[in-house]
Design a protein around this ligand. Structure first.
Ligand code: A2P
Length: 315
């Protein structure tokens, strides 16, 4: 089985550098995908409550535990706190729901999914009569205090952030008793995130790259949008190593020291995406690929009127 690099967190726990992404993986597809991934050697799953498929991920895990293919401690599992559960009183319950759906008694990493809190207690995307998201006044620094409590309770080994800007990370760092171990953000050659990655590193926060393949299945993709996987530069570099553009993109993250969570529900691609440990990009390749940067953010969480919207900041 491939020797997967492990990223060491600032609390000493380690995380496999590649994990299976499960955003957009539909119930009816995700169970088989998780089983195929575990059989292929993946030991890291990237989940979230809002993906609405954690129950099915849990069924796949149960099968693999029951078959004796893996034990709980062999696999790293991340989940994320959704925006309607950011009130400090709701965090423990939200994580307990995720644990029950996944069929686990702890996860390895729990992230605040977005810095923006939405109105609690109803729809996951509560909207007013004009279709605008209804906000909650909860401040993510107060959420962080509740995240620390779920570590104390043993419900998660580590906690971290997702989609936070530099300024927002700083605010959490100022009040943190338990430091975030990681920051999960969109990273690919069209949005190479150099500044934010360097900044997170300076704080000893590991970075996980989501949408590493450019998420061609994102629900809001429009005809004519650039298609990262078809970029000619990636094809050319791929030819040099006899690898596909997807494999080049995955190495682009790993060779920058990132953790990467490519999503697929197709067995052959799940296997292909893991078959990246017999080659390495050169510093020159990384620089060339990085020159595709075009501020090409794909996941901007449309509603920008929230005071904690992260993407108005430079980085
Ligand atoms: P599918 O799940 O149908 O196999 P991202 O991880 O950036 O969100 O991208 C996920 C998208 O990329 C999905 O549409 C997935 O398709 C597709 N994909 C995953 N792996 C590959 C691959 N090796 N080659 C081409 N497309 C891929």
């Amino acid at each position: 089985m491939a020797n997967v690099p492990q990223v060491v967190f600032n609390n000493g726990y380690t995380c496999p550098a590649i994990g299976l992404g499960t955003w957009k993986s539909k119930p009816g597809e995700v169970k088989q995908a998780v089983k195929d991934a575990i059989d292929a050697g993946y030991r890291h799953l990237d989940c979230a409550y809002i993906y609405r498929n954690e129950k099915e991920v849990g069924l796949a895990l149960k099968e693999k535990f029951d078959e004796g293919v893996i034990k709980r401690e062999d696999i790293f599992i991340t989940s994320k706190l959704w925006c309607t559960y950011m009130h400090p009183d709701l965090v423990e319950g939200a994580l307990r729901t995720t644990l029950s759906d996944l069929g686990l008694d702890y996860i390895d990493l729990y992230l605040i999914h977005w810095p923006q809190a939405f109105k609690e207690g109803g729809e996951l995307f509560p909207v007013d009569s004009q279709g605008k998201v209804i906000l909650s006044p909860v401040d993510y620094v107060d959420t962080w205090k509740a995240m620390e409590k779920v570590v104390d309770l043993g419900l998660t080994k580590s906690i971290g952030l997702s989609n936070f800007s530099k300024k927002q990370i700083d605010r959490v760092m100022e009040i943190a008793r338990i430091k975030p171990v990681s920051l999960q953000i969109e990273v690919h050659p069209y949005l190479n995130q150099e500044k934010l990655i360097d900044y997170a590193r300076s704080l000893d926060i590991a970075v996980t790259a989501y949408s590493p393949l450019g998420s061609p299945d994102r629900p809001w993709a429009k005809p004519g949008d650039p298609h990262l996987l078809e970029d000619p530069l990636l094809k050319t570099i791929g030819e040099k190593y006899n690898k596909s553009p997807a494999q080049i993109l995955i190495r682009y993250a790993i060779d920058r020291g990132l953790i990467v969570v490519p999503k697929s529900v197709t067995k052959s691609r799940i296997i292909q995406n893991f078959n990246v440990f017999d080659f390495q990009l050169t510093a020159e390749d990384i620089k060339t690929i990085g020159s595709l940067e075009c501020n090409g953010r794909l996941c901007s969480m449309g509603d920008v009127h929230h005071p904690s919207y992260p993407f108005h900041d430079e980085y």
